[in-house]
Design a protein around this ligand. Structure first.
Ligand SMILES: [Zn+2]
Length: 181
């Protein structure tokens, strides 16, 4: 089914939606636009809504905030995909050497690749360009640099919680958080 919404709704159609597996395990985050499509394809049930609605010439649709798949999918629910975006998110967009959080970030191999350092949550951290340049092909000790904290594999629930903002308080119970009163 094709739904045409007014262009003015473009931004609200990109609000974040929490996607749960059919057993209520948090799976991922998608945009409201995608969530509405999945709903019309009869793939999901809507559990929570935003206050805002999207309007087309013929229908009005209250924006989903939490959706649940009708069919379970097999998934390692505790793993977060290792990629640049998720490393930077784990490190709160902050250079792990100097603490600067403004400006573009790079991802640094703590033990350089050429020296056997792998692509792992424990060996990849966020670094600003000057720090990355300064460190070059050295280990932090050799470069005389220290890390703000030892990098670790992120917890998936913590990862979802980072997406939760003031207007998504209804996500809390699905992320094992106490409701706020
Ligand atoms: Zn830096």
């Amino acid at each position: 089914m094709n739904i045409f919404f007014k262009p003015m709704n473009g931004s609200i159609l990109n609000k974040v939606v929490l996607v749960l597996n059919s057993n209520y395990t948090p799976l991922h985050i998608c945009a409201t636009k995608r969530a509405i499509c999945l709903y019309y394809l009869n793939k999901v049930d809507i559990l929570e809504y935003y206050k805002e609605a999207a309007h087309s010439p013929s229908i009005s649709f209250q924006l989903p905030s939490v959706i649940k798949l009708k069919k379970i999918i097999k998934y390692n629910s505790m793993s977060v995909i290792l990629n640049r975006k998720n490393i930077v998110q784990r490190d709160h967009h902050t250079c792990q050497y100097c603490g600067i959080s403004s400006g573009p970030n790079t991802v640094d191999h703590i033990i350089p690749k050429e020296r056997g350092g792998g692509d792992s949550w424990e060996n990849l951290i966020t670094a600003c360009s000057p720090c990355n340049l300064k460190k070059g092909n050295k280990t932090p000790a050799e470069a005389g640099m220290t890390m703000i904290k030892q990098p670790a594999r992120p917890n998936r629930i913590h990862y979802f919680q980072q997406f939760m903002q003031q207007n998504q308080l209804n996500w809390r119970p699905y992320l094992f958080m106490e409701p706020l009163n």
